[in-house]
Design a protein around this ligand. Structure first.
Ligand SMILES: [Zn+2]
Ligand SMILES: [Zn+2]
Length: 94
């Protein structure tokens, strides 16, 4: 599945310890390493992405490593099994 890595999301905060904790809490999944295909990074953060879709411009959180998270504005190919968790606080932890 392809997602777009968003720019300028550091202002977006939630009530969880981190966006990675937010992803774990609402996905019910655990990630041992970065979900980007071919990447085995383990320094995980909750990265903000959009679906590669013109009909859904919502923000989602996925567990990716710091290096992948730095690739702002790029399209990332992530494993299909990962659950995209909404970054909309009012729909999740808010
Ligand atoms: Zn949260
Ligand atoms: Zn990575």
């Amino acid at each position: 599945m392809k997602v777009k890595n968003l720019n300028g999301t550091s202002q977006n905060k939630c009530k969880c310890d981190s966006w990675y904790a937010h992803w774990q809490r609402f996905s019910g999944q655990k990630a041992n390493h970065c979900v980007v295909v071919g990447c085995s990074g383990t320094d995980l953060v909750g990265g903000h992405v959009q679906k590669d879709s013109t009909s859904d411009s919502s923000w989602y959180v996925i567990p990716i490593c710091n290096a992948c998270n730095m690739k702002k504005g790029q399209t990332l190919n992530v494993v299909d099994q990962v659950k995209l968790v909404s970054a909309n606080v009012s729909q999740t932890c808010g």
